[in-house]
Write a protein that binds this ligand. Structure first.
Ligand code: SF4
Length: 738
C-alpha cells in the first residue's frame, strides 16, 4: 500500500472521528484561561491559578471549510493549538493542517522589513523609502498598464481595501485573485443556472442527506471536516456515491465508487440524467414549477451517445455503475452533490458545473435540507475575496462593473475626487500572464498581495518568462516566496494569527480571525500597508480606517449580502451565513428555498454536450497527467512546508503511476523517473499504486523545486478562464540504464 495513504488512514480513520477523538494536538498542559468571554472547557483541570497561557479563538488559515480553533499563547508567543468546541462547522475537531497551523508562524525566515531590489540583490529598507518608490512608480503608469492580484488567504477587510485601492487609487480594472484558478467556473456556471455562484447548503446539513454524490473532490484529504459529515450521514443511513479519476482515501468510504477518465464529467452526468429521465425518476413538479428550458436538456441527454454502454468508451466506467449511480441519487429522499476542483479545472469547467446544476434541478434536489449543489471552495477566504469584488468583472457583492448605476454607487460611496476604474471588465490572472508574454506593452506594472503565481500558475516555464517582462513588481507576503525573486519591492505582511478580521468559508459563513501575537519585525497587516500607501499617494481621506471593524462596517454598507451582518455577530461561534439582508436577520443556511436568484425566479437548465479535454494522450505523450493536493500540504506549500509535523510526513514531490504501467515500463517503487510534457520536464520518485487507472498519472503540486505546473497546460475555459490543471499529456521514462 502507498505509504502516504497508510499515514492518512492512521490520522483520519472515520471511526476515530466519530468517537469524538479530536484531531488537535499539543493541548495537554497548555490551557489555563480562555480569552475574553470564552469559557474554558474540555480539560481535566480548569482551575490553574496563573494567566501564564491564554487561548485566542480564530479560524483555520487553510481550506475553505473554515474550522474554528484556539491558538495557545505562551509569554505572548503562539505555541500550539487547542480545540474550539463551539463551532458548528468542526465541533472541536481539526485535520493535521489545522492542528499544526501554528508551526510556521514564528519561522525564522518570516519577512520582517521592506526589501528593495538593487540590481541582483535585495536591500533591507524602511517603509518610507519603499512607499516613496512604489508611489512614484504607480503614478507613472497608466491605469490600464497596472494589474493587481488580491488574495484568498487574506481577510475580507483586506480584500475589500485592495479592491478599493485598485479601482479608486490606481484606477485599474485589472484585478483578480486565485479563485480564477480553482472555482471561477463554479461562479460562472452556477450564476447562469441559479443566479448565484455560491454553495447552496451548509456543512452540517450534509448529515440530513439520504444520498451524497461526491464528484471530483478528494474530500477526506482536502476538506477533512466536511468528510466527517459524510460519515455521519452514512451512519444515519445515507448512501455515498463517489466519482473521481483516482481511487482516493475518500473512495474507500463510498458505497459506490466510480473511477473515470479525467475530463469525462459531462458525459458521465448526461448519462446519469438520461437514465433518470428514461426511468421517470425526475421530480416533474419541481421542473414544472421552478425551472425553465428543461426540453433542451432532455433532447441532449437522451441522445444515443449518452447511453451507459456508449459512455463507457468515453469515461471508462462500466454501464452498470452508471445506472446504479443514477438510481441511487435520484430515488433518495434527498440528495446532495459535493464537488471540487476535479470538476472545475477543465477547459469545459463551466459546462461541468452546469451539468451538476442540471442533475440537481432534474431531481428537485435544491432549496431543502439535505440537498443542494455544494462546491467545496479551496482557500480559507476564497469565497470572501470573491464577495469583496476582487474579480475583474464585479464590484463588491458581485455587482457588475458594466452596470452604470453600480459604477456610480461605488464612485459616490467611496468618495474619490476623480473617476474610478473604467467600466469595462478587466483581465483575469490567466489573461494577464498570457498578455505579458504575447503583448508585454499592455501590462507593465503589478501589485501582488499574498499570491505565489510562480508555483500556482499553469505552464510555469512560460510564466517565468512572462513575469520578467514586467517593468515594476510589488509583492506583499509573509515569506520570501518564489515570486518575490522577480519583485522590485517586497513588503512584509502579518499572518492570520497577527491581525483581526473576518473570512468567509465555503458555505458563506462569515467568521472572525483574531490577533494572538504581534507580527515579527516591521511586518504589518495587509490592510494597514495598503491604507498607508494610499495616504502617501494622496488618498488618505478615502482610507481613514483605524481598525478592521471600521472597514467591516463599510463592507456592510456596500455589499448587499453582508448588509445585516454586524462585527459582533461575526465573532460568535459559527459567525453568520450570508445573505443576511438586514439587521436582526439570522443568516441563510440554505439558498433558494422559495425561488432562484434569476430574474424570473426559475432555475435554468443548460444543455451541454461532452467535449474532450484540450490535450489528450497520444503516441509521443501517452499518459494522462493530473494534479492535486495531499492532506499534509496546502497549495504552494509556503506555510505547510514550514510546519515540521507536516513536512515530517511528506516533503518531496512524487508521481503516482498505475502498477501495471510501471511493470510494463520496468519502473520500481521509489525509482527516479523523468516526466516530460510539451511544456517542460521534471524528475522525481515514482510511487507505484493501484489507486489510479491504467494510462493515468498523478502528481501533487505543492513542491516548488519540482513543480507539477512546469508540465501543465495553460489551455483554459473560454468563459471562466480557469486553466485545465486536471488534464494534459505526458511521457514517463526510466532514467537508470539497467
Ligand atoms: Fe483547517 Fe480545512 Fe483542516 Fe478544517 S478541514 S482544520 S479548515 S485545513
Amino acid at each position: 500500500m502507498n505509504p502516504v495513504y497508510q499515514k492518512v488512514q492512521k490520522v483520519l480513520i472515520p471511526s476515530e472521528i466519530l468517537r469524538g477523538h479530536h484531531l488537535c494536538g499539543s493541548t495537554k498542559n497548555h490551557l489555563v484561561l480562555q480569552e475574553g468571554h470564552y469559557h474554558s472547557y474540555g480539560y481535566e483541570d480548569n482551575h490553574l491559578p496563573e494567566m501564564e497561557y491564554k487561548q485566542v479563538t480564530t479560524t483555520c488559515p487553510y481550506c475553505g471549510t473554515g474550522c474554528s480553533l484556539n491558538l495557545v499563547v505562551t509569554d505572548n508567543v503562539i505555541s500550539g493549538t487547542a480545540p474550539h468546541y463551539r463551532s458548528p462547522v468542526n465541533e472541536g475537531k481539526l485535520c493535521p493542517k489545522g492542528t499544526y497551523s501554528w508551526q510556521f508562524i514564528n519561522s525564522r525566515d518570516r519577512l520582517k522589513k521592506p526589501l528593495i531590489r538593487k540590481g541582483d540583490v535585495f536591500i533591507e529598507s524602511d517603509y518610507a523609502d519603499a512607499y516613496a518608490l512604489i508611489a512614484e512608480q504607480f503614478r507613472y503608469y497608466r491605469p490600464d498598464e497596472i494589474a493587481v492580484l488580491s488574495s484568498a488567504r487574506c481577510t475580507n477587510e483586506e480584500n475589500y481595501i485592495m479592491g478599493k485601492f485598485a479601482r479608486g487609487v490606481l484606477r485599474t480594472r485589472h484585478i483578480d485573485h486565485c479563485a480564477r484558478l480553482c472555482h471561477s467556473s463554479t461562479i460562472a456556471g452556477l450564476s447562469m443556472c441559479f443566479g448565484n455562484g455560491a454553495m447552496t447548503n451548509s456543512i452540517p446539513d450534509i448529515t440530513e442527506s439520504g444520498c451524497i454524490f461526491c464528484l471530483g473532490s478528494n474530500t477526506f484529504e482536502q476538506h477533512p471536516l466536511v468528510g466527517r459529515r459524510i460519515i455521519q450521514a452514512q451512519k444515519k443511513g445515507a448512501t455515498f456515491i463517489y466519482a473521481d479519476p483516482r481511487y482516493t482515501p475518500t473512495a474507500r468510504q463510498a458505497d459506490l465508487s466510480i473511477q473515470f477518465y479525467s475530463g469525462g464529467d459531462v458525459a458521465l452526468l448526461n448519462c446519469m440524467m438520461g437514465e433518470i429521465i428514461r426511468n421517470e425518476w425526475t421530480d416533474a413538479d419541481f421542473i414544472r414549477d421552478h425551472t425553465r428550458d428543461y426540453e433542451n436538456l432532455r433532447k441532449v441527454v437522451l441522445q444515443r451517445r449518452y447511453l451507459p454502454e456508449n459512455v463507457r468508451k468515453t469515461t471508462g466506467v462500466p454501464a452498470e455503475q452508471l445506472k446504479a449511480a443514477a438510481q441511487l441519487y435520484s430515488t433518495a429522499k434527498t440528495a446532495t452533490i459535493l464537488y471540487s476542483m476535479g470538476v472545475t479545472q477543465h477547459t469545459v469547467g463551466v459546462d461541468n458545473v452546469k451539468s451538476v446544476a442540471n442533475l440537481a434541478m432534474l431531481t428537485g434536489n435544491i432549496g431543502k435540507p439535505g440537498s443542494g449543489v455544494n462546491a467545496l471552495r479551496g482557500q480559507n477566504n476564497v469565497q470572501g475575496a470573491c464577495d469583496m469584488g476582487c474579480l475583474p468583472n464585479v464590484f463588491p457583492g458581485y455587482q457588475k462593473v458594466t452596470d452604470g448605476r453600480v459604477h456610480k454607487f461605488f464612485s459616490d460611496s467611496w468618495g474619490f475626487p476623480g473617476p474610478i476604474s473604467d467600466p469595462r471588465p478587466g483581465y483575469e490572472i490567466t489573461t494577464m500572464f498570457r498578455l505579458l508574454l504575447d503583448r508585454p506593452w499592455e501590462i507593465k506594472c503589478m501589485y501582488l498581495m499574498g499570491e505565489n503565481p510562480l508555483v500556482s500558475e499553469p505552464d510555469l516555464n512560460s510564466v517565468e518568462d512572462a513575469i520578467q517582462n514586467l517593468e515594476f513588481l510589488v509583492v506583499q507576503d509573509i515569506f520570501f516566496t518564489e515570486t518575490c525573486r522577480y519583485a522590485d519591492v517586497v513588503l512584509p505582511a502579518a499572518c492570520y494569527a497577527e491581525k483581526n478580521g473576518t473570512q468567509t468559508n465555503t458555505e458563506r459563513r462569515v467568521q472572525r480571525i483574531r490577533k494572538a501575537q504581534e507580527p515579527p519585525g516591521e511586518a504589518k497587516p495587509d490592510w494597514q500597508i495598503i491604507c498607508e500607501l494610499a495616504d502617501i499617494m494622496g488618498y488618505g481621506d478615502q482610507f481613514p480606517y483605524q481598525s478592521e471593524e471600521e472597514i467591516f462596517q463599510e463592507i456592510s454598507s456596500t455589499v448587499p449580502q453582508y448588509a445585516g451582518i454586524t462585527w459582533n455577530q461575526t465573532g460568535q461561534p459559527g459567525g453568520v451565513q450570508w445573505p443576511c439582508p438586514e439587521r436582526g436577520h439570522p443568516g441563510t443556511p440554505i439558498l433558494y428555498t422559495d425561488r432562484f436568484e434569476t430574474p424570473d425566479g426559475r432555475g435554468i437548465f443548460h444543455a451541454v454536450e461532452y467535449k474532450a479535454p484540450h490535450e489528450m494522450p497520444d503516441e509521443s505523450y501517452p499518459f494522462l497527467f493530473t494534479t492535486g493536493r495531499i492532506i499534509w500540504h496546502w497549495q504552494t506549500g509556503t506555510m505547510t512546508r514550514r510546519s515540521k509535523n507536516l513536512t515530517d510526513e511528506v516533503n518531496e514531490a512524487y508521481i503516482e503511476l498505475n502498477a501495471d504501467d510501471a511493470r510494463e515500463m520496468g519502473i520500481r517503487e521509489g525509482e527516479i523517473v523523468r516526466i516530460t510534457s510539451r511544456r517542460g520536464e521534471l524528475t522525481c520518485p515514482a510511487r507505484v499504486v493501484k489507486n489510479i487507472m491504467k494510462g493515468v498519472t498523478f502528481m501533487p503540486f505543492h513542491f516548488a523545486e519540482c513543480a507539477a505546473n512546469r508540465l501543465t497546460s495553460d489551455a483554459y475555459d473560454p468563459v471562466a478562464k480557469i486553466p485545465e490543471y486536471k488534464v494534459c499529456a505526458v511521457r514517463v521514462e526510466r532514467i537508470r540504464g539497467d
